[in-house]
Design a protein around this ligand. Structure first.
Ligand code: CA
Length: 230
């Protein structure tokens, strides 16, 4: 994922660039609002509101005016009003300084998940995704199996949504714990297995989620949920 970091302060930007690189992000960094508006397209923008040449709010507004790129605002303390205005202007999330790298990574992943176009309706955030007989609606956080609404817990839904981002791809246990739970999750990893088991049961499709022992989980291609296709 390519991240555009708009931050004039080297003491903040440099560790962030190094840290995000460790998580596999490619970071392009600019120091001014004007440079942000002319930068190459990225997958996400991290936007500091305190910039030397422009109000970060105006940068947010202009970025949003031209594209649907996800924007996470970075605010200093005492910028509550700017934060609210920024969210109204279409920023997807915000972080207050100081913040930890893992918190930032979790926010980036969460925003990327929320804003990812679902298959079947390109460009429509929150559109429905259909996997065999399972229909996932990220906008309403509802899951239907054979057109019947299935009651999932928030974590069960999040887990399914992450696995469904790329059906067939293997997601490691640590990645799932980091994204669905939180980066500071140090509890028993058994929790993950319990949720996978509940998902399999509730979806009525034990084979939908495949266990790769010692590695992680993935959705089986096509999401076959067995007999009973209406
Ligand atoms: Ca600044």
């Amino acid at each position: 994922m390519d991240v555009l970091l708009v931050e004039d302060d080297d003491t903040i930007a440099e560790p962030l660039i190094a840290g995000l690189a460790r998580y596999g992000f490619t970071v392009e960094r600019v120091r001014t609002g004007r440079a942000a508006l002319t930068a190459a397209p990225a997958d996400m923008v991290l936007l500091d509101l305190g910039l030397p040449d422009m109000d970060g709010i105006d940068v947010c507004r202009q970025l949003r005016g031209g594209s649907a790129i996800p924007i996470i605002m970075i605010t200093a303390r005492g910028e509550e009003i700017e934060r609210v205005v920024g969210l109204e202007l279409g920023a997807d999330d915000y972080l207050s300084k100081p913040f930890g790298l893992r918190e930032l990574v979790a926010r980036i992943r969460a925003v990327a998940r929320r804003t990812a176009p679902a298959s079947g309706a390109p460009g429509q955030p929150g559109a429905e995704q259909v996997l065999g007989n399972v229909r996932i609606d990220r906008r309403t956080r509802q899951v239907h199996v054979h057109k019947v609404l299935v009651a999932l817990s928030p974590k069960e839904f999040d887990l399914l949504a992450v696995l469904a981002e790329d059906p067939g791809a293997v997601y490691s246990r640590q990645h799932l714990l980091d994204t669905v739970w939180d980066p500071h999750y140090f509890g028993p990893t058994k929790t993950l297995d319990v949720h996978v088991a509940a998902l399999r049961r509730k979806l009525g499709a034990p084979a939908l989620i495949e266990t790769l022992r010692g590695v992680g989980f993935r959705l089986t291609a096509g999401g076959d949920t067995g007999p009973g296709v209406p």
